[in-house]
Ligand binder design. Sequence first.
Ligand code: SF4
Ligand code: SF4
Length: 101
Amino acid sequence: MKYRYLKNVVTLQMDRNKCNGCGMCLEVCPQQVFIFNDKVSTIADRDACIECGACAKNCPTKAINVRVGVGCAYAVVMDKFNRKSKCCGDACCSLDNIPDQ
Ligand code: SF4
Ligand code: SF4
């Protein structure tokens, strides 16, 4: 299941001019947010980002910025263990909004 924030609330930003095309962000992103375009990474599905921070942490050129949160990442973990719980409580997402599998 691919989780999504509400539209246009994700803090993810990328400076393509800093990208060296290493591909690390595509490898570590659990949500397939990035694609390659003209040999550099680009954000293809911003609203799928759960702000886990893995891309920014692993980018060797600091091309990516994201405000790391715990809300959706926590929700993903809880869902993996079939535990129903509120996530961070922000308005951006809630397990109440995640359909049962
Ligand atoms: S990890 Fe950074 S340098 Fe590597 S492809 Fe992604 S944005 Fe570009
Ligand atoms: S913060 Fe996490 S989910 Fe969002 S683009 Fe980066 S790796 Fe993907």
